[in-house]
Structures are given as C-alpha cells and as structure tokens.
Design a binder for this molecule. Structure first.
Ligand SMILES: [Zn+2]
Length: 343
C-alpha cells in the first residue's frame, strides 16, 4: 500500500517533462527557455492548447487612449471560465481542484521549479506565451508566505511578466497557490512605467528600495523597486499590513512583477472589490468582466462579443474606479508610506 506522499510523487513524476522532450522544441538552458519550449511542446501534442493558441491570432482587440496611458479590450470567449468563475467557498468545495497534479489533463506536462511549483502552459491563453505556475501541494492562494517565490520566479523568467491574483480578486482557484506569467511587452503597463513615474503622486526611499505611488493612472497603484530582495519583502509586508483591515483575510490585491536590469519591480494594485457593478446588472447594461492582474495591467478581457462591441471609455473609467481601492484608504496608505520613508 502506497503512502499518500509516495502517491503524489509518482503522479508528479508522470507530469514532469524531460529535458530531452523539451529540446525538440527549442533551447533549454534556462528556466525561461524551458518555459518557452514547453508552450511549443504543449501546442504540438495537446489539442486544447493547440486550438486556443491558434485562436489568439484571430482575437478581436481595440485600443482606448487616455492621456498618458492606453487600455486594450480583448474579445476572448475561452476566458469565460475565469471571468465568470464561481469562487465562493461552497462552489470551490464542490469541485475537483483543477490545479492539483492528480487532476491535470493527461496531455499536460510541467517543469518542476524549486521542488515547490510546476510551471505549466496555460491552455486558455491571453498571451502568445502564457504560463500557469502552480504549487505541487494543495495550499491556499496567499501572497505573504509566497512572495519570495514570486521574486524567484520573476528572476528566473526575465522574458515574462509574472503576476498574482488575490483569492478575492481574480484568482479562479483561491484554494490552490498559483501565479501566472505572460511574455513581457504585451501588457500596456509593461511599456508605461516612465509615464507612471512622470505622473506619480510620490516617490519615496527606504533602505535601498524605491516606493512610487500614483493615483493618476485610472487605477491606484504602488510600485516597489529594488535589487535587495530582503528589503523588498520587508517593505511589501509594511504595505500589506497598512492595507489590512484587521481581519484574518488577505487585503485584496493584484500584483505584477518583473525582473529587469538586476532589479525587481513589484506593481501592487490595492483592490476594493472583485466585480464592478456592471457585472451584476441585467440585460443590455450587463458587462461580464472579472478584473484581475491582466485587467489592471491594461488588457480588459471580455468573453462576450456584445460586451466587447458596446464598452466605451465611460464604462472603463467606472470599472477601474469601482474595483480599485477608494481614495480614503489610498490616502491613508500613502500617508503611512510617508511616515517611514524620505522623499
Ligand atoms: Zn489543488
């Protein structure tokens, strides 16, 4: 009789892709290249992945221009499973967890990272190279104990933008720790960093770490910049607890992380709620949207064509206003950052 951990190891082994298999699809010298090769391998052998990556080439998009930023609307019907995912405790308890290794599709393979995560090709992509990076153990989606992993992943995936969705703001598996990553350069925010700095409401310094705040970017944002991992984590914790409302649950947030020129950039979007009012309206007025890190990064995923056709700048402003943190809470956060930093 096999013990449980032995069973997990056997299942995991069948899911890890061999370097030999990856080599057929490209260079495999770094995790970044292995991940790129994995997406190609999965497109080659897994019908769902092949179909959905191919469909990306025909997706309708349109761009909305605001003063110093842009927002791209993308009509992507396959993303309905995320945008309208039921993530209440009862629904989650009543379904098999789709990120647990034993429940992965027979054709799905992954790359083991730090003996803790499987790097997988996302079969329902938004990006040409779209990864899901899920814990090999079924453990809750929470950032504090796993922030160091987000930093390590970003460092090892320099061609990707890595992101985290909080359990109450966009994660479709709030019960299973996971990150996602998409090839860098596709999210508008990847190219708007200078604009955010130029229009920031404050740039502060603390122990080798820069903290940039902006409420002039359609959505309120806090950015941490540093090459010092320890200080980044300490400052992140400070922001986390400043946003915390004394309950046990994690403050709502989406995070986008890059590692560029030997420095991490952690972009934090403090959130007010999961869905905007438009999601709950009926008939013509309803817009099905589940804002998460990708949406906060500037790509609005709309799984229904009607919504894609009718959305205007007015609704876009309303949606960002409603789902990101309110002015009072944001101002309190900026004040608490000021209290520990120098300008
Ligand atoms: Zn799970």
């Amino acid at each position: 009789m096999l013990r449980n951990s032995q069973k997990i190891n056997i299942v995991l082994k069948t899911k890890i892709i061999s370097i030999k298999e990856l080599e057929k699809f490209g260079a495999v010298d770094t995790l970044n290249n292995q991940a790129l090769s994995l997406v190609e391998q999965q497109k080659n052998i897994w019908e769902t992945a092949a179909r959905n990556y191919e469909a990306l080439n025909q997706l309708k998009t349109k761009t909305f221009y605001f003063n110093h930023l842009e927002i791209i609307a993308q009509f992507n019907p396959e993303r309905i499973r995320s945008s309208a995912a039921k993530t209440d405790a009862k629904s989650i308890a009543g379904r098999p967890c789709f990120l647990c290794v034993k429940n992965l599709h027979p054709d799905q393979k992954g790359i083991l990272f730090q003996n803790k995560y499987l790097v997988l090709a996302n079969p329902y992509p938004i990006f040409q190279k779209h990864l899901t990076i899920s814990g090999i153990e079924h453990a809750p989606q929470e950032i504090l104990p796993n922030l160091v992993d987000l930093l390590d992943l970003s460092q090892n995936l320099p061609g990707f933008t890595v992101f985290y969705n909080g359990p109450q703001c966009g994660a479709s598996a709030p019960d299973h720790i996971h990150f996602q990553a998409g090839n860098t350069g596709l999210l508008p925010i990847d190219n708007e960093f200078e604009n955010i700095i130029d229009n920031s409401s404050g740039i502060f310094c603390k122990n080798n770490c820069k903290i940039i705040t902006s409420n002039n970017y359609l959505r309120k944002v806090v950015i941490l910049l540093s090459s010092d991992k320890y200080q980044l984590i300490e400052n992140f914790k400070y922001i986390y607890y400043s946003l915390s409302n004394q309950t046990n649950s994690e403050p709502k947030m989406n995070i986008i992380c890059n590692f560029i020129n030997n420095e991490w950039k952690i972009i934090i979007f403090p959130r007010e709620k999961q869905h905007p009012s438009h999601f709950f309206k009926t008939g013509e007025e309803q817009i099905i949207i589940g804002p998460a890190a990708v949406e906060l990064g500037g790509i609005l995923i709309l799984p229904r064509e009607d919504d894609f056709n009718k959305i205007t700048k007015t609704e876009i402003v309303e949606i960002y206003n409603e789902v990101t943190v309110g002015s009072e809470k944001y101002n309190n956060l900026v004040q608490s950052i000021k209290n520990i930093t120098v300008n």
